[in-house]
Design a protein around this ligand. Structure first.
Ligand code: FAD
Length: 535
């Protein structure tokens, strides 16, 4: 679909008037592109880096009702999230998968255990299912023998879901493109165009994939949507012609960081959610694609650079303290952490001293012709998209056409699976990640492509398919987002580079110089944003 000539094809077709232009290729922009295209609008999405390279590949990967939002009485957010989770579980089999949670209650918790039970009761009622259950301390230990017995009072079992966030974004964008939408990565909006009266009416776009070509273009549309997440204030200020500091309503940038352990070091079969012994915040640890993730922090991100945030020593210690408290018998040490990752959440700054008290609901602002949408969650991307498009319905041709009852993800053709001989669970996993692209993946696969890359569930064929057809510009697009080897393997999979080299070089037509530059850049990026802070 996005082969080597794709970028030039899209660039040569940009000079037309679009019904709407979406700036930002994270989950928010992807959802708006998908729903606008479904409604029959001519929509263009442009992304400054790679698709999902912002927060949408650095989330906690949960498709969840957000149990902790109940604590802040954010009922609307919880109801919407739970309902969207249910739909995504039905439609995104293999990509959005159920995960069992245990919530141990410790004597160190700030709230009595019945309050958790009450929260879970509301949670289940909102989802029209009754799945949570209380266990005494022995029952919890039977379900997870690793849990700290010393302070354990008992606990609850419940269910939520998890996903591969970057693949979810990619699947949505590609399904939109299959239905007539247009999306381009490495195309940065440098400036907003204005009418004589100062109203935003277009964008100045620069091709950052091939800087040597110095390609830039003005693209016009009556509706420009700013879905740039943590970067949103930059374009807002540009539209109002003020400094970001002078904006009346500000976004507060909160960083959340995670630790990644090899599964053998923290061998969990379900997620464990518990209160941090230091401050009582809810934290969780869960198995994900063969590793175990521990998250998350919630701190103000005060650095100027928001492109590749990284964990601070304080966050690292905070998370280590939590996991060693929960599982003392594992005797975890700093060296056991394989990698880390951090994402930035943009929330409306209401000045609360505790960042975790700021609302996580999305906000929509219309200023000088620029519609900004930010905040929100991965789980509720479709609701965010509908709210956004409804807000500007009068600027779009025709009647309102956004229905919450319609599908979120396209139906995949199950017969495709008969074309490969893999274990049924692996087939479903692949179908979830690739949807209708599965047919092409099968068609181009060579016999050895069906083998997994050692220590992972990733197939060699996924590397070939990503290089041939998924719009890769840099090596990190491949290793951090198309497949997640950068998170799943020690040292970001650096030891694997020579093995994937022949496929990458031949598919992407990279000569040795280009390969060397890309591997150097990848290693620098990985050390900056994904390594443990002490290295
Ligand atoms: P982003 O994904 O950051 O996308 C914005 C994009 O805009 C970027 O890719 C950027 O490159 C692009 N951009 C910026 N400037 C320009 C420009 N000038 N031109 C073109 N493009 C530009 N939600 C859940 O539902 N479940 C979770 O488990 C969960 N965990 C989270 C954990 C953490 C630590 C954080 C921070 C958030 C989490 N969330 C979770 C929330 C969710 O991840 C975010 O709300 C969501 O990813 C934000 O998506 P976005 O598209 O708005 O922003």
């Amino acid at each position: 679909m996005w082969t080597l000539e794709w970028r030039d094809r899209v660039w040569s077709a940009l000079d037309q008037t679009w019904d709407l232009i979406i700036i930002g290729g994270g989950i928010t922009g992807a959802g708006i592109l998908r729903e606008a295209t479904r409604a029959g609008y001519k929509a263009l999405l442009v992304e400054a880096g790679d698709f999902a390279s912002g927060t949408s590949s650095r989330s906690s990967k949960l498709v969840h009702g957000g149990l902790r939002y109940l604590r802040n009485a954010q009922f609307k957010l919880t109801i919407e999230s739970v309902r969207e989770r249910e739909r995504l579980l039905r439609e995104g089999r293999g990509l959005v998968v159920p995960i069992g949670f245990l919530m141990p209650c410790f004597s160190t918790d700030p709230l009595p255990k019945w309050t958790f039970g009450m929260g879970l009761t509301i949670y289940d009622l909102l989802a029209f299912r009754w799945e949570h259950r209380f266990y005494n301390a022995d029952g919890i230990i039977e379900l997870c023998p690793l849990i700290n017995r010393e302070f354990l009072l008992g606990g609850y079992r419940y269910f939520d879901a998890q996903t591969d966030d970057a693949r979810l974004v990619l699947r949505i964008i590609r399904e939109a493109c299959r239905q007539g939408g247009t999306a381009l990565n490495y195309a940065r909006v440098e400036e907003l165009c204005r009418t004589r009266k100062g109203w935003v009416c277009g964008i100045v776009l620069r091709d950052v994939a091939s800087p040597e070509r110095n390609r830039s273009l003005e693209v016009k549309s009556p509706l420009i949507i700013n879905a740039t997440g943590a970067w949103a204030d930059i374009l807002r200020a540009n539209s109002l012609r003020v400094e970001t500091k002078a904006l009346r309503k500000h976004l507060r940038k909160l960083r959340g960081s995670h630790l990644v352990f090899p599964w053998e070091k923290v061998p969990l079969t379900r997620a464990i959610s518990f209160c941090h012994p230091q401050d009582g915040r809810a934290v969780f640890t869960f198995p994900w694609m063969g590793v175990t993730i521990m998250g998350t922090t919630d701190v103000d991100h005060l650095e100027q650079d928001i492109s590749n945030p990284s964990i601070s020593p304080q966050e690292f210690d905070y998370l280590m303290k939590a996991i060693t408290f929960a599982f003392p018998s594992l005797h975890l040490k700093e060296e056991d952490v394989q990698s880390t990752f951090s994402g930035i959440r943009a929330v409306v700054d209401s000045g609360k001293s505790n960042p975790s008290r700021e609302s996580r609901e999305h906000v929509i602002w219309y200023e000088n012709g620029l519609l900004t949408v930010t905040g929100g969650k991965l789980t509720t991307f479709r609701i965010t998209a509908h709210d956004t498009l409804r807000k500007v319905q009068r600027m779009l041709p025709g009647e309102q056409r956004f229905r919450t009852g319609s599908r979120i993800l396209d139906e995949s053709c199950l017969e495709i699976l008969n074309m490969v001989s893999l274990e049924p669970s692996k087939k479903v996993h692949l179908l979830g990640r690739y949807g209708q692209d599965m047919r092409e993946l099968i068609n181009i696969a060579q016999p050895d492509d069906w083998k997994p890359i050692p220590s992972t569930n990733t197939l060699w064929g996924e590397i070939r398919f990503a290089c041939r057809s998924e719009g890769i510009v840099h090596l990190d697009d491949l290793l951090l987002r198309r497949v997640r080897l950068g998170l799943l393997l020690p040292d970001g999979g650096i030891s694997l580079l020579e093995k994937i080299r022949p496929v990458v070089q031949s598919e992407l037509k990279w000569d040795d110089n280009k390969w060397n530059d890309e591997t150097n850049n990848y290693q620098c990026l990985w050390r900056k944003a994904y390594a443990t802070h002490s290295r």
